[in-house]
Design a protein around this ligand. Sequence first.
Ligand code: DX5
Ligand code: ZN
Length: 218
Amino acid sequence: MVKIAPSILSADFSKLGDEIKNVEQGGADYIHVDVMDGHFVPNITIGPLIVEAIKPKTKLPLDVHLMIENPDAYIPMFAEAGASIITVHQEASRHLHRTIQLIKDNGVKAGVVLNPATPVDTIKDILHEIDMVLIMTVNPGFGGQSFIHHGVQKIEQVADWRNEFNLSFEIEVDGGVNRDTAKLCTDAGADVLVAGSAIFKQSNRRQAIDQITQSIEK
Ligand code: DX5
Ligand code: ZN
């Protein structure tokens, strides 16, 4: 069963707790939290204080996507704040293996994210250490962008390696995922679909989530 991870980046921040409850009731599996620092990406969003504030509002795992420089300096804070999964960008981590160990040492599941232009080969040697691979299908920074199709080949490659090496990490896709693009991702091997605007920009979130899951079944 594919998992749906609504990205709160497209939620109404003035009532974030209610927005999260709404997608939880609508059938979400994870809450995707986009952390941006204005350096790694040209936008500033959420810090550990917000993660701590939303943690008691939901039973769902908080899937924290760090789009920040120097992630090692902030991983303990996000773990303490209640992150269930922390993903870091391959491009933002000089010593990726160390960063992954740091996440795990803080008691949190660890994942690696790849920007659209970053080859999958760059994470081949860390796959046996991680719980999640996140393939970006937009350039990170903003919600509501169009799906970059090249990401599909990357999902396929990572899924092939997962089989070949007998590993069990989840493959997540983020960016431009909606009822038109979701099936491309799941057919390629994705397990978790992040969707921001496709869910939060519709008033009926259950219907929005159902539209995505039904599009996969066709
Ligand atoms: C982009 C973020 C995404 C974003 C996705 O930098 O990582 O999680 O919220 O938004 P949509 O689904 O609207 O492309
Ligand atoms: Zn994200």
